[in-house]
Design a protein around this ligand. Structure first.
Ligand code: TXA
Ligand code: MG
Length: 340
């Protein structure tokens, strides 16, 4: 299949939004930018289109998708019960990198929810995404636009790396600002539960839901066969092709540790970069976790090109959006953690 590349500079923006919407209305699948990562969109009302998304990504059938809306009216069409705490979160965090799991109204195609009676909904803030949703007049089911298991794509070139030739079009915009996927909170449990950390932080959520529960799977490996609240958390994720380890602790400096190891590469902070003598990539500054979130996925993709046998990643703090970065990295490392 020829994948159309739709440009979004001032001259082409309107035309590209129209073309993307047209393809989506006809049951096509189109990669679109959002403020978090690129998404692979299909009409959430069209089961056949959604199945093409699962196929293009190689995504397990039991892992449900997030439905993207542009206006609050979309929420009432898709969700059956909206508790007050959820509405308050919507008012505070939408449009933005925040997803709510609610009881489904049964409007979206069954495969969107992978057979669950719940649905995940998000209102992105990215202007291109919003324009495409509005122009199509559809709720859009969109997982991250990567091959399942690979790091999520934060620029159009990484979407093309995984999906060129397998999807109808890629809307070519710049780099995603946030860099990690949205925060996912479920409201169908007695007490709301954080399933996936993101740029809307646990600290911010506690201001609205003081007793919010952080799901075990955020920081630890799910036990084999255990029932998980968010199916996405049980899969190996975000992994470079090279064997990866997460390194934390202060017993020895990260620089001394990696410098003593053969045939390795390092993903490190700006502050320590000069002291590191092995091949390395800086993925941000430890003083600002937002910079780490912005670059973590591109660093994981580029790390493979350093030609090392092992990659050591310096773990961020778990505060603010650092928790989201840590959550992605511990999965990229298949839960192999080294404590210095
Ligand atoms: O920022 C984002 O959320 C991006 C952009 C494209 O919007 N999308 C994204 O989608 O990250 P995806 O499919 O890669 O991740 C969706 C996550 C998965 O962990 C999935 O298991 C969970 O949301 N999820 C979706 N529907 C759910 C449901 N009904 N109940 C529990 N978890 C659900
Ligand atoms: Mg994903």
């Amino acid at each position: 299949m020829l994948t159309e590349k739709l440009k979004t500079d001032e001259k082409n923006f309107k035309e590209s939004v129209k073309r993307a919407a047209e393809l989506l209305k006809r049951g096509g699948i189109v990669a679109i930018p959002t403020e978090t990562v690129y998404g692979l969109a299909a009409s959430a009302l069209d089961g056949n289109a959604v199945k093409k998304v699962f196929a293009a990504k190689g995504r397990p059938q039991d892992n449900p998708l997030i439905v993207h809306i542009a206006d609050i009216s979309g929420l009432y069409e898709i969700a059956a019960e909206i508790p007050e705490a959820a509405l308050e979160c919507a008012r505070r965090f939408w449009p933005g990198p925040f997803t709510m799991v609610l009881k489904s109204a049964g409007t979206v195609a069954e495969c969107v929810s992978a057979g669950l009676d719940t649905v995940a909904v998000r209102m992105p803030s990215d202007e291109t995404a919003r324009a495409i949703i509005r122009e199509s007049g559809l709720p859009l089911a969109a997982p991250s636009a990567n091959t399942s298991g690979r790091p999520s794509p934060t620029s159009a070139k990484y979407v093309a790396e995984d999906l060129d030739g397998k999807i109808d079009a890629i809307v070519m915009a710049g780099e995603c600002g946030v860099g990690v996927e949205s925060t996912v909170v479920t409201f169908v449990t007695d007490v709301p539960r954080l399933l996936r950390p993101g740029a809307v932080t646990a600290e911010q959520l506690r201001e609205i839901i003081p007793n919010i529960i952080i799901d075990k799977a955020v920081l630890s490996e799910p036990e084999k066969g255990a029932k998980v609240s968010s199916p996405g958390m049980k899969y190996k994720h975000y992994a470079p092709k090279t064997e990866t380890y997460l390194v934390e602790g202060m017993g020895e400096s990260f620089a001394d540790y990696v410098n003593s190891k053969p045939r390795c590469a390092a993903l490190c902070f700006e502050e320590e970069s000069e002291k590191i003598t092995v091949p390395k990539l800086v993925y941000g500054t430890k003083r600002d976790e937002k910079t780490l979130a912005h670059s973590v996925f591109s660093a994981l993709r580029e790390a493979d090109r350093l030609g090392a046998e092992v990659i050591y990643v310096h773990a961020p703090s778990r505060t603010g959006v650092g928790l989201a970065v840590y959550n992605r990295l511990i999965r990229a490392a298949a839960f192999r953690v080294i404590t210095l």
